[in-house]
Ligand binder design. Structure first.
Ligand code: PMP
Length: 440
């Protein structure tokens, strides 16, 4: 499968054998049926949009199909065989997630609809119960809208004030300003473990430690880190951690909210309805114990079971090997992109970033870029503001193009991306513009 020339690697100043040694066996692509799909009338798919949502191996698709065919019923309800089976699979999924993120107790793992659902749960439940006028919520400038808007809504309801940790010139968090922003008024610090645009890997444990020293509770948006690097929530010592199944080979419609037992116990339930109660009277209710207290209604039963199969798959490959593979691809892409005139790479150098590279060209809008990459090369990238408008405003742009890598990507695909970028650049360069055929 490896047809990438060593010349390419060497011209980027790289040690080809080292890089290849870091890569996963490309045969694992055969586990993903989507790679049989053709794009734009016959091009093989080059999928570089895993930061938005990943693809699924057959093992996950089969697990989902198997439950529906053999084991499906609602959970925790009927005393019948199928209900018992699906309840067991659903609770096994909770245990699988617990072990994957190093949580102490399975009931500290709550299934939600996704990272967004998890953060909104904390903003509503913990936020409304604990924040008052004059309190401060510290966020960062690099947050996804999912970790900005819920806090803006909470601030409006409670009178709390929002503050934002700035960035350094190279797209890392400016930690020198952290202690100056933290005070006895800071009740919550919420930040992303990895930026979905800059790729920056933030020092979670250190930030949690400093926030705790100021007396704040900490929420980590781990949507872009849990799928790619070993997670140990106890080592982080974070109070709440949120992530999504669909970004880690699992189905859409399921996510996780990890919370420390003592905090979850003290919080009022967020959504009301079936399953989250112990007793209901006409004039009130008493909530159920964890985790049911925060899982009102029919939960994402099959998506959670699919997520469990995804974790099995990730464990089989090895999360550390996946991280190393992505690092190798990212470094290669970064170094090749650096050699392209007029291309602005957003974010830090490879040693500080996870498996993605976003870039901007002055002459070409990101949407045009993505369109040509798709239509001419079968390359799927994300273009736009990536749900980070404030970050893009800070960077002085309105949109960017993002290539993101996962375990199934290859060096050859990076080469195709680079060729695609050079082609688009030539098409849109001032002299190329005239020659370019307009799209209808
Ligand atoms: N936070 C980050 C850093 C993300 O990248 C995303 C997804 N783009 C989210 C939150 C939201 O995740 P979801 O759409 O699965 O709720």
């Amino acid at each position: 499968m490896s047809s990438t020339t060593d010349t390419n690697l060497e011209s980027a100043g790289l040690e080809a054998t080292d890089r290849k040694g870091a890569l996963l066996d490309p045969a694992l692509r055969n586990d993903f049926p989507i790679f049989g799909t053709e794009i734009a009338g016959g091009l093989p798919l080059v999928f570089l949009d895993s930061a938005a949502s990943t693809q699924r191996p057959a093992a996950v698709i089969d697990a989902i199909s198997h439950v529906y065919q053999h084991d499906y019923a609602n959970v925790h309800r009927g005393i019948h065989t199928l209900s018992e089976r699906s309840t067991e699979l659903y609770e096994q999924a909770r245990e699988k997630v617990r072990a994957f993120i190093g949580a102490e107790r399975a009931h500290e793992v709550l299934f939600t609809q996704g990272t967004t659902g998890s953060i909104n749960c904390i903003a509503r439940s913990w936020g409304d119960a604990n924040l008052h006028a004059g309190d401060e919520i510290l966020l960062t400038v690099m947050e996804h809208h999912s970790n900005l808007v819920p806090w803006q809504q909470t601030a409006k309801r409670t009178g709390a004030r929002l503050r934002h940790l700035p960035l350094t010139g190279d797209g890392q968090l400016d930690l020198e300003t952290l202690d100056g922003l933290l005070s006895e008024r800071t009740r919550l610090v919420a930040f992303t473990a990895v930026s979905n645009v800059l790729g920056t890997i933030n020092p979670v444990a250190e930030m949690v430690h400093r926030a705790h020293a100021a007396g704040a509770v900490v929420l980590v948006d781990a949507a872009q880190s849990v799928p790619h690097m070993r997670t140990d929530v106890r080592q982080w010592n974070a109070d709440f951690v949120a992530f999504s199944g669909h970004k880690m080979l699992g189905p859409s419609g399921v996510g996780v909210l990890y919370g420390k037992e003592s905090l979850l116990d003290a919080m009022p339930p967020f959504l009301g309805g079936g399953s989250m109660i112990d007793q209901v009277r006409l004039d009130g209710f008493t909530p159920a114990e964890l985790p049911a207290k925060f899982e009102a209604g029919t939960p994402p039963i099959v998506p959670a079971i699919g997520m469990s199969a995804a974790i099995d798959y990730l464990n089989r490959i090895g999360i550390d090997s996946i991280g190393t593979h992505e690092q190798a691809l990212t470094r290669y892409a970064y170094e090749q992109m650096q050699a392209i005139d007029g291309l602005r790479i957003l974010g830090p150098t490879p040693e500080h970033r996870a498996g993605l590279v976003s870039f901007a060209f002055e002459q070409v809008h990101a949407h045009e870029f993505a369109q040509v990459l798709n239509d001419r090369f079968g390359i799927a990238v994300r273009a736009g503001h990536h749900c980070t408008q404030p970050l893009h405003a800070q960077l002085g742009i309105t949109a960017s193009t993002r290539a993101s890598f996962y375990l199934y990507n290859t060096l050859e695909e990076v080469d195709q991306l680079i060729e695609g970028i050079r082609t688009v650049q030539a098409m849109f360069a001032p002299q190329g513009r005239k020659r370019r055929k307009r799209r209808p």
